[in-house]
Structure formats: C-alpha cells, structure tokens
Design a protein around this ligand. Structure first.
Ligand SMILES: Cc1cc2nc3c(=O)[nH]c(=O)nc-3n(C[C@H](O)[C@H](O)[C@H](O)COP(=O)(O)OP(=O)(O)OC[C@H]3O[C@@H](n4cnc5c(N)ncnc54)[C@H](O)[C@@H]3O)c2cc1C
Length: 320
C-alpha cells in the first residue's frame, strides 16, 4: 500500500475524527519527527489524543472503519519504515501526563499517566527522597513505553516497582492489571495484544535524598561513559543474549564503525546504531541484518532485536 497524501485526508473517517473533542488529527505526518533516531516515513493518520475521554471514542471509530493502528510513546525504542505506517498512529497527550503522589509510612504510591516522561519521574522521586527508580535516569521514554518494554538498566527493571497498570483494550473498554496478574520478562510486559496503557502505579521507598541523588549521579556517569552521544539513535538495537552482551558480540565480530548510507554501528557502543544525518530506516535495518548474520556465523548466537520495527517494510519480518 502506498502512503496516504495530505490532500486525500478529507474522508468521512477524518471528518468523524475531527468531531471528537480533545483529538488532534494529522494526515501524512512524517514519523521521523516523533522518533529519537529521527527516521521514519509518514503515518496515514497521526492521532494525538489530548483528553482521556477522547480515547475510547477514537478506538471505537477505528474499529468501526477497520483502520489498523499502533501506539507511539516517545519513539525512543522504535524503528519506523521509510514507507511509514499504514492506518493510524496514536500518541497520548496532555491529560495522560498527570501524576499523583500518595506518600504514607515510608513509601509512596505514584500513579503516572502513560505519556509522563520517565526521566521527569526519576527526578521528582530524587527530589522527594524516594528510591526505586534511580536505574531509569537517562531512559528517554514515556511511562507507558517503559512499562510495555519492561525498561531496565544496571540490574533493575520497572517490573520491580509496578503495582498496577490501567489501560484500554483495542475496542476502547477499560482494563486494569494488578502486579500479581502480570508476567514480565526481559524487555517485555506481555500485555494482551492491542492493550493501550493509560496509567501506571509504582511503589517507591523513602530513603535519604542525598543517597538517592548519589546513586542517580553514579549511574548517569556510567551511562555517559558507555553510550554514544551527539547522534540520534534508538538505544540498544538487540537484546543481550543469556550470559553475554549484544554489544560485545557485535564488536568482537569487527563491526564497530561499520556504515551503510548515513547509518553507523556506533564506535562508542556496538549495540547502538546512530543516524549520522539523513540515514534511512532501510540502512539501519541492513546494518542490523549484517550484525545478526556476522554474530551468528562467528559465535552461533542468534541476536534478537530489542528495538521494535513499526510500519510497512519492503522485506518480510516486520510490521506493527
Ligand atoms: C539513548 C537511549 C538510551 C536508552 N536506554 C535504555 C535503557 O537503559 N534501558 C531500556 O530498557 N531502554 C532504553 N532505551 C530504549 C527506550 O528508551 C525504552 O525502551 C523506553 O521505555 C521506550 O519508551 P517510549 O515511550 O519511547 O516507547 P516507544 O519507543 O514509543 O514504544 C515502544 C513500544 O511500546 C509501545 N507503547 C508505547 N507507549 C504505549 C502505551 N501507552 N500503551 C501501549 N503500548 C505503548 C509501542 O507501541 C512500542 O511497541 C534507550 C533509548 C535511547 C534512545
């Protein structure tokens, strides 16, 4: 399917969308504007849901018109095809950035909207002297994206602090999952397909403010030493295989600094691919294929992508 052009956007479907209060509709929106690696073709419909009440209405409309959709957080773990995404891409806006703190007896239950930035949450916890989220400083995602990906670093993951997740099904019905009903694994939260996360409640423990600050600063220093800065990227491209590191394997395969087009396997950390300016999604994907093939050939290890591929790809194994 070819991408939809802006002038093709005035259909009955779009007219109905435009009647939903608290929804911004853009047709043919380039997704490169919304991904941390600054790559990605257009979404047919880019739907920014500003108000909570608009979300079920949007989902019901998509269902009625049989328009496929996918969800974008802050786009920091996503590689969008150069052809973009057919159907709708939903992003949560202002009313999904609210936060509530319930502080009691040495702990805090913090309920954050899915669009709330993770680093902002880390810094608030640090200011208030609560521990549990230090690992997440420097993870440039949203709370919803972090939950879905079971984001983690330096031996901790979000699953360790989750209490409850609220969301809606793909048909717009409300759902809730308490921690004991959820199964997390490395970089996955195994929510039912199509679940859209709207709020996440986490438990943090009271600590000395200086201690929390110290730990955050220590981890920031570690992160700065090991990760590339200066060029847009999507974080780690591959999951670490059991007992090893994807970056170590790719480096040992001699691929550090390897370029295709304007994409490069980072000289700093071989599990990062950076956009040197003007890189195509296809360049990144070919570098990923090269890394997979070379690591398989040399070490008989099959690397699995951590980054989620989104959209319409010319070759087989991707899509939303
Ligand atoms: C420089 C850099 C460093 C990073 N470091 C780390 C790290 O240390 N540890 C780590 O784990 N990750 C890291 N990442 C990857 C990324 O930041 C995390 O995976 C982050 O949690 C993704 O959040 P996001 O909001 O950007 O989600 P997106 O990338 O937008 O989406 C990721 C997935 O979540 C889904 N999703 C997003 N929001 C919702 C929602 N509300 N409901 C349902 N599904 C949703 C999307 O459909 C997609 O499948 C890093 C990335 C960068 C660029």
């Amino acid at each position: 399917m070819v991408p939809m052009r802006k002038e093709e956007g005035d259909t009955p479907f779009v007219q109905e969308l435009k009647q939903i209060p608290g929804l911004k509709v853009r047709v043919g929106e380039p997704l490169a504007r919304h991904t941390s690696i600054k790559i990605g073709g257009p979404a047919d419909y880019f739907l920014e849901v500003e108000r909570c009440a608009a979300l079920p209405r949007v989902l019901k409309l998509l269902d009625r018109y049989e328009i496929p959709f996918c969800i974008l957080g802050k786009g920091s773990n996503i590689l969008v095809s150069d052809l973009g995404a057919r159907g709708a891409v939903i992003r949560l806006g202002i009313e999904f950035k609210q936060i509530e703190w319930l502080e009691k007896g040495g702990e805090a239950l913090v309920t954050a909207g899915a669009a709330y930035p993770v680093t902002q949450l880390v810094r608030e916890a640090m200011r208030k002297g609560y521990s549990g989220l230090e690992f997440a400083e420097g993870i440039p995602g949203s709370v919803g994206g972090a939950l879905v990906m079971n984001a983690g670093a330096y031996g901790s993951e979000i699953e360790k602090i989750v209490v409850r997740v609220e969301g809606v099904t793909q048909r717009g019905e409300p759902v809730q999952f308490s921690r004991d009903k959820m199964v997390f694994s490395y970089r996955d939260s195994h929510l039912p397909p199509g679940t859209l996360v709207t709020r996440v409640c986490v438990r943090l423990l009271k600590d000395k403010t200086e201690e929390v600050g110290l730990k955050v600063r220590e981890l920031v220093t570690r992160r700065k030493k090991s990760q590339p800065s200066g060029h847009p990227n999507s974080g780690s491209m591959f999951r670490n295989p059991p007992g090893d590191f994807a970056g170590r394997l790719i480096e040992a395969a001699g691929l550090k600094g390897k370029r295709i087009g304007r994409a490069e396997i980072s000289e700093r950390h071989a599990n990062f691919i950076v956009n040197l300016g003007g890189a195509k999604a296809e360049d990144v994907r070919r570098l990923m294929e090269m890394a997979r093939a070379e690591v398989k050939k040399r070490f008989s290890i099959e690397l699995q992508p951590e980054v989620r591929l989104l959209g319409a790809w010319p070759l087989s194994d991707a899509g939303h």
